[in-house]
Design a protein around this ligand. Structure first.
Ligand code: MTE
Ligand code: MOS
Length: 749
């Protein structure tokens, strides 16, 4: 069950957009972007740049034929700046030249003057100045105002979490060329071919059927290419269309880091009320989301923060409010977890603070409040099949022993301290912001040699979705995986595809594929039944390429039957559409059933802190995760491991730094550090047994994003270790918890 892609990857044979063999005469683009965070362009002179040998054209907003607009949800984002710029790195012009080097050199000779405007980089400051996108949202359950007086313990506090750079290995890239009759073909490294197609059509003022977007695979997306591949694709498409030439644009790492949005930094206020015995009665939270200069996907991201504000706990009285704050940073965007990690970090901080005040372990409070089947979320849905306690109980096995060992270690080591945290998670599965997106299509072709080709809207970006789709087909027909090929995602084959996001690609596209295969299987059985003289199709079964009748092998084979079906003019192609059943949401009441199901799990995280240097090691992460009935344990385990490491990175070492004028200082991999193999802990993944999920694909559960949340446990494990060194230290909740921060708080007065 190894992912076929991995064999190509290790041999360097897998093709990414930049690897495509392009026709002779292909031109290259480079982007000229704003060097100030806010201001008006008072003068722009392209003359010198245009005269450089090898420069073919420089395109600005004036060259746009249709709408200068690429906003993903709200139309508030121009493709190329017109008069006012809102962030450093905002595209103003695109230079087209013989080589990428010439194009980049030319951007440096463009003369521009600005009248500078005041800037805001902080979400609370933006809020104070009334710089909000959309109207604030509040979700509530119970009646919070009346319940505070019943609480024995009330804690309040402030929580900060930083942004996070996606660091997909493949930077944003696109190749576009004109086709006949005003058409365009666009090879884009995007998670959302449909959005790329739709927005290019808008920019060029063409019908969508003129634009073909094709995606073979991405070298990682992590949410960073859900909406933010569109700009580069649209600029390149515009150039290809105007110049009638093939054009390629590949961002350099530093350009990508400076010009694209990241995970949203959040600043939050919480208030939590509990009884003496640790039951949480009330939780109030306000999120100030740093959206950057345009809406992008911020409203949907904030929606998930509100939905998941209570993580894996049942709290009878909840009030959650969120503000989308406009700042002068690149528009922030989707990133694995999509607003959930930010919200979960806040409630875990609140629990940590309450535990401090009550002088109990945070795990005492966490365990007491875990979700049970039937509990209600603030969005009105009831927990349908809670696995929270089962995961927790399995994960905390031996915890007493671990606490003893850690206490002993901490007693005998004056300068090294260990800490442990437990991290339960709960994550809802569906596109909750826009329920219409919970649909997919698949087209399955069987060729006369019995080999199969399948097209869906799923984008392979390392998460193994193609392998899962392949498995669906191989399972249903009982044929080897080698008979199945998963095609690129292409807007001419699959229309109106939803982005590969929300961890849903396998559920949606796999189920559409399954339905198409069942149609074909039915045709095959009907054909065979006739051939075997009117037996019931129910007596027929395919097993390892042989047709069985009432459990006995016949002399009909897969390949033979397919060949005969063709000769008898039976269609060997099927299309199917799948949509997740029973989803609804009443926007006025903010209540409904926005998720198909929830994913649960618990991690136990252990760290060792060097109290002389402030450095730490994340030692182990032991996880019990609810995969449902995993379709591919190897892929799923890899997804958990990758997500955990990414989550730990966000909480610990990944720190974005800006100069006072808003320019990103950490724009290389030398000064923006992400976890590497040596930083990564020992990760043990235990598959929760006996979890079934009829709404998933063959009883599996979506896996891509939820395990990111386990990484949050690392923050609290480090905090525990810090407190072991300095017992008077009060919890502070400002991620990332870098070594510098640790060191300062261990010793400062
Ligand atoms: N895994 C790899 N290797 N590369 C990625 O870019 N993206 C993550 C997750 N796992 C990603 C990944 C994100 S943000 C999502 S939403 C899901 O994969 C999307 O794929 P799925 O729907 O097939 O799980
Ligand atoms: Mo994932 S953040 O939904 O692309």
């Amino acid at each position: 069950m190894k992912n076929i892609d991995t064999f190509l990857h290790v041999k360097g044979e897998s093709q990414f957009t930049d690897d495509l063999i392009v026709p002779e005469g292909t031109l290259h683009a480079a982007v000229f972007s704003s060097s100030i965070a806010h201001g008006k362009i008072t003068h722009l002179n392209l003359d010198t740049a245009k005269q450089i040998d090898g420069v073919y054209a420089i395109l600005t907003a004036d060259d746009i034929l249709g709408d200068n607009q690429i906003g993903a949800i709200i139309p508030d984002e121009p493709l190329l700046a017109t008069s006012v710029v809102h962030y450093i790195g905002q595209p103003i012009a695109v230079v087209i030249a013989k080589t990428a080097d010439i194009a980049r050199t030319a951007t440096k000779t463009i003369v521009i003057d600005f009248e500078e405007y005041p800037t805001i980089f902080d979400a609370r400051q933006a809020y104070a100045k009334g710089q909000l996108i959309g109207s604030p949202h509040t979700l509530s359950l119970g009646n919070i105002e009346t319940v505070w007086k019943n609480c024995d313990v009330i804690v309040e506090g402030k929580v900060e979490s930083g942004g996070q750079e996606h660091i997909y290995l493949e930077t944003q890239s696109v190749f576009a060329y004109p086709t006949e009759n005003e058409g365009l073909k666009v090879i884009s490294s995007t998670q959302s071919p449909n959005d790329v197609q739709r927005l290019i059509a808008g920019v060029l003022n063409l019908p969508m059927h003129k634009i073909e977007v094709d995606v073979l695979r991405l070298g990682g997306g992590f949410g960073g290419k859900e909406s933010q591949a569109t700009a580069w694709a649209a600029m390149t498409a515009l150039a290809a269309f105007k110049l009638k030439k093939p054009i390629k644009l590949v961002l350099r790492r530093d350009e990508d880091m400076r010009m694209t949005g990241k995970r949203h930094p959040y600043s939050s206020d919480f208030k939590m009320g509990l009884t003496h015995n640790g039951q949480i009665l009330a939780y109030e939270v306000t999120f100030y989301q740093n959206a950057g200069a345009a809406a992008d996907l911020s409203p949907a991201v904030l929606g998930r923060s509100l939905f998941h504000a209570t993580n894996s706990y049942f709290i009878p009285h909840v009030k959650t409010t969120g503000y989308i704050c406009r700042t002068n940073l690149p528009p922030n965007t989707a990133f694995r977890g999509f607003g959930t990690p930010q919200a979960v970090f806040v409630i875990e901080s609140a629990i940590f603070k309450a535990a401090e005040q009550m002088d109990v372990a945070p795990s005492f409070i966490q365990k007491k409040n875990l979700l049970k089947t039937g509990d209600e979320f603030s969005y009105g849905m009831k927990v349908e099949n809670s696995q929270a306690s089962r995961c927790w109980e399995k994960a905390e096995h031996e915890i007493e022993k671990r606490y003893q060992e850690i206490n002993f270690f901490n007693k005998i080591n004056p300068l090294r301290k260990k800490g442990l945290a437990i991290m339960p998670i709960c994550f809802g599965i569906s596109f909750n912001g826009a329920l219409f997106m919970n649909q997919a299509n698949a087209i399955v072709h069987i060729y006369t040699d019995g080999s199969i080709s399948v097209s869906t809207g799923a984008i392979e970006m390392g998460q193994g979705v193609n392998m899962k789709i392949r498995q669906v087909i191989a399972n249903i027909f009982s044929i080897p995986l080698s008979r199945v090929n998963v095609e690129s995602a292409n807007t001419k084959r699959i229309a109106n595809m939803s982005p590969t996001a929300a961890s849903l690609a396998a559920d949606l596209n796999g189920n559409a594929t399954k339905l198409a295969c069942l149609k074909l299987l039915d045709r095959l059985k009907t054909f065979a039944a006739k051939k075997l003289n009117a037996v019931s199709t129910e007596d027929l079964q395919l097993k390892e390429e042989v047709l069985y009748l009432k459990g006995e092998p016949t002399d009909l084979t897969w390949q033979g039957l397919i060949g005969e079906m063709y000769l008898n003019r039976v269609s060997l192609t099927a299309h199917s559409h799948y949509s997740i059943p029973n989803l609804y949401f009443d926007e006025a009441k903010e209540k409904g059933h926005p998720f198909a199901y929830h994913v649960f799990g618990t991690a136990m995280v252990e760290v060792t802190l060097d109290c002389l240097r402030g450095t730490y090691r994340i030692d182990t992460v032991k996880i019990v995760h609810d995969f449902g009935k995993s379709l591919n344990p190897l892929i799923d385990k890899g997804q958990v491991e990758g997500a955990v490491v990414q989550g730990i990175g966000w909480m610990t070492i990944e720190e974005l730094m800006y100069a006072n004028n808003g320019s990103l200082l950490t724009d290389t991999l030398a000064n923006y550090t992400i976890p590497d193999i040596r930083f990564a802990p020992d990760i043990q993944v235990d598959f929760l047994e006996n979890s079934e999920n009829p709404l998933g694909l063959f009883n599996s559960k979506a896996v891509g994003e939820p395990p990111f949340l386990y990484g949050i446990g690392a923050y609290f494990a480090i905090l525990q270790a810090m407190k072991a060194f300095r017992p008077t230290l009060a919890g502070q909740f400002s991620a990332p918890l870098t070594s510098e921060k640790v060191l300062l708080s261990l010793y400062e007065n």
